[in-house]
Every structure is written in C-alpha cells, then in structure tokens.
Design a protein. Structure first.
Length: 391
C-alpha cells in the first residue's frame, strides 16, 4: 500500500472511531419519552462499552479479527443493556477489512460466528430482556443487522478477489514479457552463432582442402576464420551483456548499414551476392535490426546449403496493396552450381526459417519461403512500416 494512501486511510478510520464513540455516548442521554428502553446502568460500564464499540475501529486495518471480536462483543452488550439504537454500523466497519485482508478460510469462519452472535444479541435485547415492540419487529431489526454485517464483509471480499485477479493478470503479463524477451534473445544468439559458424565451417573446409596445394589460399581462409570469430565474439558479448544487466532492453546493434558486411562475409564463403537497398535508410532501429537478421539468416542458409552459388538480396520500401508502405526483403539464390538441391533447406531441428517467420509475424508482416520453379530457393518477407515496434 502506498504510504501516503495508508496514512489517509488510517486518518479516516480514526475519524470513524471518534464518530461512533460519540454516537454511543449520546445514547446514554436519551430518555424514555419515545417509549424505547434506555440504559440505566453504572457510568463506568457505559464508558467501557462506548470505548469498546468505537475506538477499535481506528485499528481495523491493522488487526481485523481482534477488532471485529471486540466490537461485536461490545455491541452485543449494548443491545442487551438497551444502549444501542442503530443497526450495528460499527460491526459493518469492522467486518469489511476481515473480508478484505484475512485468509479466505479464516474470514469465512469469522463471518459464520459473527452473524448469529449479532442477530442473537439484537433479538435477545429487543424481544426478550426489555421488549419495546413485538417479536416480528425484533426479527426485522436482527435481519437488518445481518444485512449490514454480511454486506460489509461481502464488499471487502469482492474487492479482495478483484485485487487478487488483477495481481494474477499482472504476473501473467510480466511472465509473458519475460518469455518474449527470452525468445528474442534466443533468436539473436541463434542468428549470431548460425551465421558466423557457417562461414567458419566453410572456410575451415577450404583451408583443409588446399593446405598443401595452395598455402596462400589456406592462409586467406584462416584469416577469414579469425576475423569472423572475433566479430562473433563481439556480438555475443554485447547480447549476453543484456542478460547481466537487470531491466536493460535488447537494443538494436546492427542496421541496414551493416548489410554490406554480411554480403562480404557471404562472398568469402563462395556466394556471389548482389545486394540492393532502396529507400529504407530512414526505418526505425527495431525494423532495421529485423531486416538485418532476416538477411543474415537468409544468407546463412545459402552458405550452408548451396555455396558456391549466386544470390540476389533486395531490401526496399514499396507500396502495399492497401496503400500503405512496406519493407520488401527478398533473398533469392540460383541453387547449387552443380547438382540438385536437397528437399529440405534446413537440417532437422533447424530454427532459421522459423526464426525469420517469427520476426516477420511479430511486426504484423508476412513470410514466404520455398523452392523456385526455375531452380534455387527464395525467401520473401513483407514488413509494414507503420508497425514500428513488435506487437
């Protein structure tokens, strides 16, 4: 509870306690002129009952059950001694925090005890000890007391249930956000590792194949492996740093300006990349990162499965069918230079195409991937520009 709000609530409870005490003190000055029984007991007992009925209300939020017990006992005594002439408002004030704050089983048990005690005390005082009317009137007053106490308790219990549900929803929302962030980081790590290790594997194979026949080419391949390894380590340190910093968002580290480096890496692995970027330089950082990762994964698939080959990468802003603007991302390769492509682009358990699809759908875009009729493979993604951020 907010400290300022808590102080205000305690101030309200204190004012309620003083008001209830003053009302019950005023009952002692009533006469029998209206035909109702009046209190004629000792003054010390009157003051004790007045204090027990009103003053505990000031502490009802701190000790709900003890306050309810004291108030209920005092009100029952007031009914039997002809002091009370109101429907147990103090008991209603005491019952509300019991329904609001106490555990459900304890709260229901307290209500089950309070209702018959309150109704029995009223009926006993009004109809048996000092009857001022018929038994039907006493029963009606007892029923009114039940409504006051039961209604106040029910109101507290309903508020408690709504707060609990709101807390559960907030917890589910926090868990969903956390899972989405974990999935996003997992995608980042997959793209970093998959792209760079694919390039390393290709160049390592080249180095091993030509180590004796062409030492210069082998050294060049090893140089590429070294540079790629360093770049991968840098990217991984940057991404993993997010996990070590509480509350730190995963900020975009790459954009469209880094696509040329991706193309150069693929060329080193034997893919003749033709890169075209048109009208997309002003995209939001998050959209640029998505485009970068899609192109990265597309080129990684080409390097892993069909290099050496030729690949056309196009990133451009275009007009969609509904008149809005979209970013078109196409990665199209010609297939293996000699032989046919395997039926599946990825090995079993691969997550590259799935990751590209998730990225596209996260921005409300579309994703298509599959073999081309003229040979080769095509990945086509459309991202709405007005989406701006993942949903």
């Amino acid at each position: 509870m907010n400290r300022t709000v808590g102080r205000h609530l305690y101030a309200v409870d204190l004012a309620s306690a003083v008001a209830v005490s003053a009302i019950y003190a005023g009952f002692a000055g009533l006469t029998a002129a209206d035909g109702q029984p009046v209190y004629d007991g000792p003054g010390w007992l009157l003051r004790l009952i007045v204090a027990a009925v009103g003053l505990p209300i000031a502490l009802r939020r701190r000790w709900p059950l003890p306050v309810m017990g004291v108030v209920l006992a005092a009100l029952t005594a007031a009914s039997v001694l002809d002091l009370t002439r109101e429907p147990y408002a103090a008991a209603g004030l005491a019952a509300y925090p019991v329904g609001l704050a106490e555990p459900a089983r304890r709260s229901v048990t307290a209500l089950a005890v309070a209702l018959p005690v309150a109704a029995g005390g009223v009926y006993l005082g009004e109809a048996v000890i000092t009857p001022a009317g018929d038994r039907q009137g006493a029963a009606g007053l007892a029923a009114l007391v039940l409504v006051v106490i039961g209604g106040a308790w029910t109101a507290g219990f309903v508020v408690r249930s709504r707060r609990a549900e709101a807390q559960r929803q907030e917890q589910r929302r926090a868990e969903r956000v956390l899972n989405e962030e974990r999935l996003r980081i997992a995608r980042e790590l997959h793209d970093i590792v998959s792209h760079n290790l694919s390039l390393i594997a290709v160049k390592a194979g080249v180095a091993a194949h030509v180590a004796q026949a062409d030492p210069q080419e082998a050294r060049t391949a090893l140089k590429v492996i070294e540079e790629t390894s360093r770049a991968a380590l840098t990217e991984m340190r940057r991404t993993l740093g997010v996990l070590r910093t509480e509350g730190a968002p995963l900020r975009p580290a790459q954009g469209l300006g880094d696509l040329a480096r991706l193309a150069q890496d693929a060329r080193r692995a034997g893919v003749d990349v033709d890169l075209t970027v048109r009208g997309a330089e002003s995209l939001a950082d998050s959209t640029q990162l998505t485009v970068y990762r899609i192109v990265q994964e597309g080129l990684t698939n080409v390097v892993k499965h069909v290099a050496p080959t030729r690949c056309l990468v196009t990133v451009e802003v275009a007009v969609a069918a509904d008149g809005g603007e979209v970013v078109r991302v196409d990665v199209v390769d010609d297939g293996p230079s000699g032989g046919t492509r395997p039926p599946a682009r990825e090995l079993p358990g691969g997550h590259g195409l799935m990751g590209m699809r998730e990225r596209a759908l996260m921005y409300g875009g579309s994703f298509e991937a599959g073999p081309r009729t003229e040979g080769g493979f095509a990945v086509s993604v459309r991202l709405p520009i007005d989406g701006g951020s993942p949903s």
